[in-house]
Ligand binder design. Sequence first.
Ligand code: 4AZ
Length: 284
Amino acid sequence: MRRLVARTLARPLVLAAAAAAIPPASAAPAAADVVVGGFPVDVSQSPWTVALSSRDRFGDTRAGQFCGGVAVGRTAVLTAAHCMSEEVLGTAPGRAYDLKVIAGRTDLLSKQGTEIAVRNVWVNPGYDGTTNVGDFAVLTLAQPLPQTSVIAMAGPGDPAYAVGTTALVYGWGDTTGGGGYAHGLHAARVHVLADAACREAYPGGWGGTYRSESMLCAGEPAGGRDACQGDSGGPLVADGRLIGLVSWGDGCGRAGSPGVYTRVSDIVRTLRGDRGARARQQGA
Ligand code: 4AZ
């Protein structure tokens, strides 16, 4: 299992779509445990959790879902920068013409909720695709979501970042660690871990490098519950506030290999300093 999500995401989803269209003779029933080690949830319990979709790129089977996202404003959705990379999208984000955000849909096979076009994609200019530092992007929606679908971001110094805090991660991603993509939204309960746990797990080199300024370490010391492929860009929520975006890790749910999330306080800091630049780029 590769460390950096971007390298492994696109192809498994396309394969999953093909497999779903032509079920193998020995098709197993859908796993109950998902995200990895999680449980099914209705999107009304987490209305800020959205799916990113491109049917052109990822096929129609699961409504084109390829990453997660989270509404932090009525027209502002955060996702992972690597979800907007050419490696994942197969093209520049400006050329993914059918890029949409799906809100209010628990089951990707249903017509529930709304599909909203993405008017603008802003990738954090500080994102480094090699180290995964600064792994976030802001999507501007063509239509506003209701205010009830917006979650607050936990800023610098928020107590929700304390080690030991219980958090929930949400997504439509791999529920098995082996390419078993969910069509229903799932959540898994994890804990904020000490930076030291991720520094030890990801000291650099082939294992990836954990950087505590821009990343957040979360999972279970014994493994079992975790985000996985296809969950990238989706929310990690504690005390009703957004603390992380699914970013990377070594495999899914492995003991000693926690999940690495984009640290939302670093996003808040970056966006504060960069508001002018973003407005100019959007021509707003
Ligand atoms: C991925 O490939 C991925 N266990 C996302 C999260 C994690 C690992 C991989 C964390 O999208």
